[in-house]
Design a protein around this ligand. Structure first.
Ligand SMILES: [Zn+2]
Length: 468
């Protein structure tokens, strides 16, 4: 009986998944605007979306009969890909320890950290709000331009409802990306480890084998996080090497303590770097030696890290990185390179370069439309803010954006009103409703419940960061 029930449940999940594909395959949307693919800029181009994929892109494409291109009055970029985050912490207020640290182990051991972050985080997650923290963070990521995130709530660690609640909305690349058909276990090909040196020998063997046979195409590890001259942070690199993880598919998050010779070794081994300058500078006073990383020809992605010390999202981190870059003499990166770090480079480090991160036919229709704030389309993204986001599309479904566009692209009954920096926006949680088989909690309720929980701890809502 039990196996029949589970068989029926599996069938229902598959039916929902394929029904979604079949249903969305019929819908076609065309968006007109400047397109940044991101390798080239197409002025006055059109992206034709069919179902959940991009069907055609260009300045002179023929639209199917009955499809009219919607002028988005902005620049269309691939949805941004955030490879470094800790989503369930992003509802917490900004952390201001008023000092700098040598390594991450130092701040993780002080009482202020427990008081401001880890104790309330643990308690709020344990009182039934774990799914809410993840939903809050997904909306926050989308508001900041991302369509894919890493560092989600681990659905296997909590009660049964937790196994479903991260499905839909943003792609959770480490647990449920929506890029593969559902499986009994985790079908994702990306694994994220915050403490890679603590994993057991058995897991080292299992991960190595998974990378060998391509069950895993990406292994992201937090490493060498501390001051640039800290010997302990530097030592972690040698420990990672000893475990055999300097190999293609692996990417190091942080790498602040790494030197030129290390970057050259990484580049030779096909290891990538995920750069999070804001969080590094806030906690350690400096960030990775990006001039050497660039000279060594490393593949680099940019990501915001968690909200307490990093940025509120990728748009904010791009602006931070661009400002930092302007302060280097000579400048290290071009504007186009910075945009690629949050799109095509990130897709490559996630092992998803044939699915997301570029606007090309056959790719998933994950798109970000932003008001043009500068003549150059790359520079425009670097200098825009969340209020400038016109539209976010994930897998062909418009999920968030300005009211004028959302009302044209989604049924009004699905839209929830919200405000970002006092600018009215619309949010559509329909993808969660379809995949989870139940209506998700409305955004306003999620916000209220998290704010109430924070108040009980005497903490201010992080939505001083402008989400309401
Ligand atoms: Zn981190």
């Amino acid at each position: 009986m039990k196996s029949l029930t589970s068989l029926l449940r599996t069938f229902a999940v598959l039916a929902t998944f394929f029904a979604r594909l079949a249903c969305s395959a019929q819908s076609q949307i065309a968006l007109r605007g400047t397109i940044v693919t991101p390798d080239e800029v197409i002025e006055n181009g059109v992206v034709l979306i069919s179902g959940d994929k991009i069907q055609a892109v260009g300045a002179a494409i023929t639209l199917p009969k009955g499809v009219v291109a919607l002028d988005v009055d902005g620049v269309i970029y691939p949805g941004l890909i955030d490879l470094h985050n800790h989503l369930t912490w992003n509802f917490l207020p900004r952390w201001k320890p008023n000092r700098q640290f040598s390594t991450r182990y130092e701040w993780q051991a002080i009482p202020e950290y427990g008081l401001a972050l880890s104790t309330p985080h643990g308690r709020i997650l344990s009182v039934g709000l774990a799914c809410d923290t993840n939903q809050y963070a997904e909306v926050k990521a989308i508001v900041g331009g991302a369509t894919s995130v890493v560092g989600s709530l681990d659905p296997s660690l909590g009660p049964p409802e937790q196994r479903k609640c991260i499905q839909g909305l943003a792609r959770n690349l480490d647990f449920f990306s929506g890029l593969y058909p559902p499986a009994t276990g985790n079908s994702e090909k990306l694994r994220n480890e915050v403490f890679p040196l603590e994993i057991t020998e058995t897991n080292v063997v299992a991960i190595t084998k998974a990378l060998d046979n391509h069950d895993l195409t990406a292994f992201t590890v937090h490493l060498a996080e501390g001051k640039p001259n800290d010997p302990n942070a530097a030592r972690e690199f040698r420990m990672l090497r000893a475990r055999g993880f300097l190999r293609p598919g692996v990417s190091i998050i942080h790498g602040v303590a790494l030197r030129m010779a290390d970057f050259q070794e990484l580049a030779k081994a096909g290891v990538g770097l995920i750069w999070s300058p804001r969080s590094n500078i806030e906690l350690y006073g400096d960030t990775a030696d990006m001039r050497s990383a660039k000279l060594a020809n490393l593949k680099i992605a940019l990501a915001p890290d968690w909200s307490p010390s990093g940025s509120d999202g990728l748009l904010q981190e791009l602006k931070y990185a661009a400002t930092w870059n302007e302060g280097q003499f000579p400048k290290i990166f071009s504007d186009a390179e910075l945009v690629q770090m949050a799109t095509s480079n990130a897709a490559q480090l996630a092992g998803l370069q044939d699915k997301i991160g570029s606007i090309k036919p056959g790719y998933f229709a994950d798109l970000l439309v932003v008001r043009r704030v500068a003549k150059d389309a790359y520079s425009s993204l670097l200098h825009s803010s969340p209020a400038d986001v016109r539209l976010v599309v994930i897998g062909g479904s418009p999920v968030y954006g300005d009211d004028d566009l959302m009302k044209k692209l989604a049924p009004a009954r699905q839209l929830e009103a919200m405000k970002v920096c006092d600018v009215p926006k619309s949010l559509d949680l329909e993808s969660e409703a379809v995949l989870q088989g139940t209506r998700p909690k409305p955004w306003k309720q999620t916000l209220e419940e998290l704010n109430r929980a924070l108040n009980e701890w005497g903490l201010k809502s992080s939505s001083a960061n402008a989400l309401s």
